[in-house]
Design a protein around this ligand. Sequence first.
Ligand SMILES: Cc1cc2nc3c(=O)[nH]c(=O)nc-3n(C[C@H](O)[C@H](O)[C@H](O)COP(=O)(O)OP(=O)(O)OC[C@H]3O[C@@H](n4cnc5c(N)ncnc54)[C@H](O)[C@@H]3O)c2cc1C
Length: 414
Amino acid sequence: MKEKDPAINNSYGCLVIGGGAAGLFFAAGEAMRDDLHISGRKVILEKTPRLGQKILMSGGGSCNITHGGRIKDFIGRYGKNGKLIRTCLYRHSNLELMEMMRSLGVPLTEQSDGRVFPKSMKSSDILNALLSAARQSGWEIRTGCEVTRINEAAPESPLIRVTLSDSSVLTAEKLVIATGGSSYPSTGSDGSFFGVLERDLGLSTVSLKPALAPVYVQDFEYEDLAGVSFTDVSVSCGKHTSRGAALITHRGFSGPAMLHISEYVNAGDEIVINYCPDMDSESMLERVLRDQPRSTAGTGNYISSVTGLPKSFVNKVIDAPERKLSSVSVSELRRIVSRITGFRYSVSGTGGWNDAMVTAGGVSLDQIDLKSMRLKTNAASDIRIIGEALDINGESGGYNLQFAYSSAMTALEK
Ligand SMILES: Cc1cc2nc3c(=O)[nH]c(=O)nc-3n(C[C@H](O)[C@H](O)[C@H](O)COP(=O)(O)OP(=O)(O)OC[C@H]3O[C@@H](n4cnc5c(N)ncnc54)[C@H](O)[C@@H]3O)c2cc1C
């Protein structure tokens, strides 16, 4: 008797691997656009029991879905590969993403720094809207389904065969890979799929590194200041610089300025922080010396009011902060000022995969046609890759979810 094909009744027009942000934007995007309708059965396969776990945790549970700035200013937010995704971002921009969320019934709000959130500040509103749009347009959602193998259904066949960990087999005319990166492995995106992509599709991966992670400092002396924040610092490490808000933690620093530089920082490097990036040490010193003779203030209070830095921080970093400013020598004032504008710390490391918000590295972009997100290397089959699985990572501020959206909509197009 002829053996029954295990893929029978498991054939699909489109199959998405990964029910995270990019996979859900793809399915919900199809629901929103009549002109991009996919024929045949369609399914999202998600390895964990729950979809969109990173959407839920993003923006501290509020989901910073995108940024309200001009799309041309987005390009520089994705490091050296930003210019390669220009078309994808321009074609499916932040304005289009915001319009989509509004039309799905999720009003949005833009904060003064440009970050865009749902008005409710609940990331579950974003996730629920995407899930219900996908379901309404006929997407099947299967959780607890880990894909372990991808191959052609037959030599030279355009059909793609996908095997699950329970050995069941599905076939599809179009396959969309949205399996994410390696950060926060407990959410399901643990990096294990890069091995499958290499073994089954021959895809090479640019080496993976945690990004948007806290920076740890050797012999850190400010752990009792953990929680103290700064609205604007600049930090440099070699040729890389970053500027923005920062936060003291028990082991070093976090906050946007530090998160952004973290992918370029290694244990043993030196980082230099200017806590007053709009003032250089000469102009600050000039100001201090001008006021010094008639000042009756304590040095700590005075430096804090001139620089706008938190008092608890200034009092910790200068010796004898209670001393009157008028009694401090010029050379000591020079030393205080130059520390504030050029603090040096030795890095002991950066946060690992459990602390990093995104993954630097991923599937190398030269294997992808970035106008369709289609694999160039397997021309006979229609296989696309979207989202963080690719060698693209953005700064914090909504840029990563924006790329998940822009790449998903690009993959839908043709
Ligand atoms: C704590 C935190 C906060 C963040 N905050 C923000 C923010 O505010 N704004 C922003 O823009 N970005 C933020 N990000 C980044 C953003 O969440 C990600 O860039 C985005 O979710 C990537 O989408 P993705 O679909 O490519 O990957 P993911 O969302 O990681 O989804 C990948 C999915 O694929 C599934 N999968 C993996 N392998 C398989 C397999 N073999 N079979 C089946 N399924 C599989 C995984 O289980 C997972 O569900 C944050 C990230 C973290 C961790």
